[in-house]
Structure formats: structure tokens, C-alpha cells
Design a protein around this ligand. Structure first.
Ligand code: UGA
Length: 457
């Protein structure tokens, strides 16, 4: 099939590469010429396990092409995926300007029947707006509507996780397709079934529904996962006060198949480009309809406070004036296996420590460069504090002379450090562990003062 993906961000680039890998001819379109130049020069703008290999082998066979030529990209395709960003507006609602601009481009250039597949996370009703925008452009080109090429819009939200994007895309646990019941819709459904057939060989994973329910499903999934995390974080904070180990509780409740084990890890709060934005957007959608999502409001508030839990503990231990103290930080990315710093809890932690006068020496296996960039923006009002911030190349190097180690991201490299070396390097062996990586009893026997999240037992 001839496919165009509009937008080469996380979702667009991964989808484009993986769809080409299924044997399709894919054009990835982006208006950012520097990104296209980078991709055409063999570069990959994001860090994502396995992505470079998939891109390389499909570029080599000519099945995957990157361009900023909108006309050529739109004319090429039978199926056009919209995978552009939907950042949060100031009021938290999803900003649809990029989605609608993609829709207008499609209307401006499409030549034959086209299936427009909305993959970006968009509020209920957006596919209708896309249809309107396409129709308005077609009306300019074809005053006689009967001569205009036909089209239909499908909603096909993406559920991939950063850090496991290629794997998630290639082994989806469900494929949600929202489609209209009319003839064009059914034609589009047949095309999407054909496209995704390789994923459905042993087991039918496609969930076909109406367009609005599909749009909503994506928000419901992220909101549910965010709720689980905030729920566990709130319980963990109580666990600390009542002598309970939240990790044992997690295992105790997770064994109930109705609850399950995943997304029950207490920590420093959720970050990334999706949960915070999608929770806010869903709250906003409700408000637009005169409704209040009380649980999600609480989920968001708990998460905001949770990002400060490590800082509060450090202040409780050392006082809130950290001048003369050196704090080591392990992990800056919002989660392991990505260099993404969007809404990362480390931004709150590092900024608060620097503002309190500490010297901060951090390590992250891949996010160092991005962390430097975003923290410079976050701390633009206190340039002197930034001079107290270093990022080093090895975890142990961050510990030299440190008064405390703070763990913000659970990279594998931090799971079993050499405790003897750690104690030798640090001024005082104190760990504030925002990801509960270590066994509190082991820490006790090693003589390390250990503060986890909800590990008080
Ligand atoms: C999330 C969803 O998991 C994907 O299914 C979805 O497709 C994606 O958003 C999206 O909307 O595009 P992602 O943001 O990549 O994926 O990251 P997650 O692995 O879900 O982690 C989100 C945050 O939750 C991270 O900060 C992580 O540290 C935190 N988390 C996760 C916890 O604090 N505890 C947990 O038990 C699990």
C-alpha cells in the first residue's frame, strides 16, 4: 500500500518505519526541514531502542522516504496517517492547529479516494473537524462537489510507550479503529484490516467502533493508568507514616487478576509527553461540557505534589538551605530508555535543589544533553544556580564527595551498584530513592541510610 505519515515525531516516525517494515511504501512528511535533512543524512532525531535499525533497512530498500514536499507526499498516498503533535493549550485543552493544518494540506493536494487516519491523541469530535477542514479545501478546488475525490476519516489511536515504541507498535495488544458505518468507512476498514493483518495472524486484535468512541478510548486508557499511579503514590505516602512497605502491598494486591501488577509502582510521579497532557485535556473536555471529572482532578494534584516528595524529604533531613552540600542525582529522563525530558520529575527535583543552594552532580545514560537544554530554560531566572550543576559520564563519578544520592529514574545501570565503592565515594551514605530500587533491609545491613517511597516497614 502507498502510505503517507504526516509528522515525524515519536508516533509518526515509529509508525512510518514499522509500517514500511510490513512491506508498504511509506513517505514520512514533516514541515521541519532540518528534521527531514537529518533523517535523510542517516540521523535519527529521537533515542528509541531498535528504531535506527528499522529505519535503515527500510530506507535501503527504498520503502521509506522522508520529505518536506507536501504535495508529493499527499498525492502518493491511499492512506494518510496524521501523527502531528497536539500540545496542551494554556487552558490544558489540546491545541489542534497542527492537526487541522495537516487536514487542510490533505484537502489541498489529494487526487484520489483517500483514507485519512487520525493517530495523534485528539479530543472527541476532532475527526469531524478534520473532515470539515478537508471538505473546505476541496470545495475551493472543486466547485462542483461531485467531481471532488472521496475521503473518509478513521480514528486509530496509538498506544505505544516511549522506550519500547518499536516493540509496542510491532506487537500491539489491541488495534482500535474508529470508523463510520457508510460505504467509504467500510472501504477504509478493509484497507486498515489489510494493513494490520500481520499483527492479527494468531489472534484478532482489532476493536472496531465508531469514531468518537475510538477518540475517547485513548484518553480513557491514559487516564486510567495515571489514576493507578497517583492512587499508589498516595497510599505510599501514607505507608511511610504507618510502618507499611508499599512494595509488599503492591505484590499483595497485584496478584488479584482484576487489579494486575502493572502500573502500580509508587515513585516520584508520572511525567512524559502523554499522561500529564492527556489527563489535563480530558478534564478540559469535561469542563467544556459542563462536567467535572473529580477523580482526574485529584490524580493531577497528587502527581504535582509527588514530584516534590523527594525534595521535601531532603529538606526534612538537611534543612532547606543546601548551600555547601553536594547532591548526586541518578536519572534525569522521565523514565528509562528514553532521552525525553518532557514533564520529567527530575526537572522539579534538580531545580529545587539548585535553588536551595546545593551543588548537583547528575548522571543519565542518554538524556544529558536534553537535560542541560531544558534545565537552562527552567532556571533562566537564576543563572548562578546553573553553574552549580554538572552532568557526568559515569554513575559513580556523580557520587564523589556527595552528601546524598537521589534516584529519580530507574535505569538498569543503577539497579545493583557496588555498595563498597558507593560508600567510599560519598561523604555520607544516604540514599533518597524515588523509584524503590533497593531492599531496605539490605541498605540497613550495608549501613546506608535509605529513604524510599512508602518503604517504612
Ligand atoms: C504512555 C502510555 O503508557 C502509552 O500506552 C501511550 O501510548 C502513551 O502514553 C501515549 O499516550 O502516547 P509513555 O508516556 O511513553 O506511555 O510512558 P509510560 O511508560 O506509560 O510512563 C509514564 C510515566 O508513568 C513515567 O513517568 C513513569 O515513570 C510513570 N510510572 C509508570 C510510574 O510512576 N509508575 C508505574 O507503575 C508506571
Amino acid at each position: 500500500m502507498n502510505i503517507t505519515i504526516v509528522g515525524t515525531g515519536y508516533v509518526g516516525l515509529v509508525s512510518g518505519a514499522c509500517i514500511a517494515d510490513l512491506g508498504n511504501h511509506v513517505v514520512c512528511l514533516d514541515i521541519d526541514q532540518s528534521k527531514i535533512d537529518l533523517l535523510n543524512a542517516g540521523g535519527v532525531p529521537i533515542y528509541e531502542t531498535g528504531l535506527r535499525e528499522v529505519i535503515e533497512r527500510n530506507v535501503d530498500t527504498g520503502r521509506l522516504v522522508f520529505t518536506s514536499d507536501t504535495q508529493q507526499a499527499i498525492e502518493h498516498a491511499d492512506l494518510i496517517f496524521i501523527a502531528v503533535g497536539t500540545p496542551a493549550d494554556e487552558d490544558g485543552s489540546a491545541d489542534l492547529q497542527y492537526v487541522l493544518s495537516a487536514a487542510r494540506s490533505i484537502g489541498r493536494w489529494m487526487k484520489h479516494f483517500t483514507v485519512i487516519v487520525e493517530k495523534s491523541t485528539v479530543p472527541v469530535g476532532t475527526c469531524d473537524k478534520i473532515a470539515e477542514a478537508v471538505r473546505a479545501e476541496l470545495a475551493v478546488r472543486f466547485p462542483n462537489a461531485d467531481q471532488a475525490p472521496g475521503f473518509t476519516i478513521a480514528s486509530n489511536p496509538e498506544f505505544l510507550k516511549e522506550g519500547a515504541a518499536v516493540e509496542d507498535f510491532s506487537r500491539p495488544d489491541r488495534i482500535v479503529v474508529g470508523i463510520s458505518k457508510d460505504e467509504n468507512g467500510q472501504r477504509a476498514l478493509a484497507m486498515l484490516r489489510q494493513l494490520y493483518a500481520p499483527f492479527n495472524r494468531n489472534h484478532e486484535r482489532t476493536r472496531v467502533m465508531d469514531v468518537r468512541s475510538a477518540e475517547f478510548t485513548k484518553y480513557a486508557a491514559n487516564a486510567m493508568l495515571a489514576t493507578r499511579i497517583s492512587f499508589m503514590n498516595e497510599l505510599a505516602n501514607l505507608a511511610d507514616h504507618v510502618g507499611v512497605d508499599i512494595e509488599l502491598v503492591r505484590q499483595g494486591i497485584g496478584s488479584d487478576p482484576r487489579i494486575g501488577y502493572s502500573f502500580l509502582y509508587a515513585g516520584t510521579g508520572y511525567g512524559g509527553s502523554c499522561f500529564p497532557k492527556d489527563v489535563r485535556a480530558l478534564i478540559r473536555t469535561a469542563e467544556e461540557h459542563g462536567r467535572e471529572l473529580k477523580i482526574l482532578g485529584a490524580v493531577e494534584n497528587v502527581n504535582r505534589d509527588q514530584k516534590r516528595v523527594l525534595v521535601d524529604r531532603i529538606f526534612a533531613h538537611f534543612g532547606s538551605d543546601l548551600r555547601g552540600r553536594t547532591i548526586a542525582v541518578w536519572g534525569l529522563a522521565f523514565k528509562p530508555n528514553t532521552d525525553d525530558m518532557r514533564d520529567a520529575p527530575s526537572r522539579v527535583v534538580v531545580a529545587a535543589l539548585l535553588r536551595a543552594g546545593a551543588r548537583v552532580v547528575a548522571h543519565d545514560p542518554v538524556a544529558a544533553e536534553e537535560a542541560r537544554r531544558v534545565l537552562a530554560l527552567d532556571l533562566h531566572d537564576v543563572p548562578a544556580a546553573l553553574q552549580q550543576f554538572d552532568i557526568v559520564g559515569k554513575p559513580m563519578d556523580a557520587l564523589r564527595g556527595a552528601d546524598a544520592l537521589v534516584i529519580v529514574t530507574e535505569w538498569k545501570a543503577y539497579r545493583s551498584p557496588n555498595w563498597g565503592a558507593l560508600k567510599r565515594e560519598m561523604q555520607q551514605a544516604i540514599i533518597f530513592d524515588g523509584r524503590n530500587l533497593y531492599d531496605p533491609h539490605l541498605m540497613q545491613s550495608e549501613g546506608i541510610a535509605y529513604h524510599g517511597i512508602g518503604r517504612a516497614a
